[in-house]
Design a protein around this ligand. Structure first.
Ligand code: MSS
Length: 367
């Protein structure tokens, strides 16, 4: 509907003008609200919850006493956040992006939130490296294959926990760069983004970074939870999801233009600074091209601003002379691994991981 929904209570501190409230559990950043300063301000960062966030206010009163259980290690035990803070410290600039970002462009209209570009942000999480935690518990137990994180949402009585529990497994190679975070962009991690404690798996889609984590387990099998077994799979369109299909884990190379992108705005003819963001996924963004004719001809654009490492996005700019008329602006990123953004999305039933440059193209009116 055209009536704007209000921000839900747990996220009412967000900058309302910068957000699109799809529902109480799904809040998107407007394409025109990213700015050009690399880091997405926390009050403009998207929110996505698979189930309603915990409402127990006491959780955030003493965040340092939140406890994390650690298992599948030589010496299983639990840690308070205060104890975790003694083990190590790392700050990770990274793109947090929902698996379903870009779903709105899938022609078969997958169910789920119709995100365009705003279920993503580039932020800095700070916490303890999972590797440092592993040292403190004598290392992983033998034969473990996955790192499995469990969210702290209460499970209502009488319901099958596996249907509700937000629990995700990622390959243990992800341990290398993963952290347990209590800080976001220089402030205590708010509940809306997973406070008091959240696992951060850089390079992986958002769903793999479990909020209000209460259990970190090294496991031989993937979690039996539905969110692991059948949701978030590369399911062919029209087919049933199954654990035999690949899991939605790593992010691919992707970019999009943020300015100009407002369909209601008319740009003045002449010199225009076209700007946007480019990310590499599992390796750094290496280069970025822009097309002002719908993808027929491409020219190299420039990265601007700081390079915050391989998991962060880069700001880019392209100076163009645009005559009066309508222009189709597109961009296409390439990463250090040599992958370039494809023209076509990879079709899948739930509309995950759309990095098609054509879908992200903007039509701009110039007068
Ligand atoms: N966690 C938990 N615990 N819960 C829930 O629900 N969700 C997911 C993640 N984590 C969840 C979690 C998702 S899905 C996402 S994206 C992310 O988170 C988001 O984040 P923020 O902070 O933004 O809200 Mo898709 O792939």
């Amino acid at each position: 509907s055209s009536t704007a929904k209000p921000l839900p209570g747990y996220a009412n501190w967000k900058d309302a003008d910068s957000m699109i409230v799809h529902s109480a559990n799904t809040i998107e950043t407007r394409r025109t609200a990213f700015g050009n300063s690399v880091i997405t301000p926390t009050d403009r960062l998207f929110v996505r919850n698979n189930v309603a966030p915990p409402t127990d206010a006491s959780m955030m009163k003493e965040p340092d006493s939140w406890t994390l259980e650690v298992s599948g290690v030589a010496k299983p035990r639990s840690f308070t956040v205060a104890e975790l803070k003694t083990l190590g410290l790392a700050a990770v600039p990274m793109v947090l992006q929902c698996s379903g970002n870009g779903r709105a462009w899938f022609p078969h209209k997958p169910s789920g939130t119709q995100w365009t570009v705003g279920a993503a942000g580039c932020v800095i999480f700070t916490g303890v490296p999972v590797k440092a935690l592993l040292e403190a518990v004598g290392g992983m137990a033998d034969g473990m294959v996955y790192m499995t994180s469990t969210g702290g949402e209460p499970i209502p009585q009488g319901l099958d926990p596996n249907l509700i529990r937000v629990e995700r497994s990622v390959p243990i190679s992800a341990v290398e760069d993963a952290i347990l975070a209590w800080e976001l962009n220089g402030q205590s991690l708010p509940l809306a983004h997973g406070g008091p404690l959240r696992i951060i798996v850089p390079g992986y889609t958002g769903v793999n970074s479990i909020k209000y984590i209460k259990h970190l387990a090294f496991t031989k099998e993937q979690s039996p939870a539905k969110i692991q077994q059948t949701s978030y799979r590369w399911t062919p369109v029209g087919e049933k999801p199954s654990p035999s299909q690949d899991s939605i884990w790593e992010l691919p190379v992707k970019s999009w233009i943020n300015f100009p992108s407002d369909p209601d705005q008319t740009v003045t003819a002449g010199r225009v600074q076209i700007s946007g963001i480019a990310m590499g996924g599992m390796s750094a963004a290496k280069s970025i091209e822009v097309s002002v004719d719908g993808g027929k001809e491409w020219q190299k654009a420039e990265f601007v601003g700081p390079d915050l490492g391989k998991y962060a996005w880069r700001e880019f700019v392209f100076s163009a002379d645009l005559a009066a008329g309508t222009h189709e602006l597109a961009c296409r990123a390439t990463n250090e691994a040599g992958d370039s953004q494809p023209e076509a999305r990879r079709e899948n039933n739930r509309g995950y991981i759309n990095n098609s440059w054509r879908d992200h193209m903007v039509s701009v009116k110039v007068a």
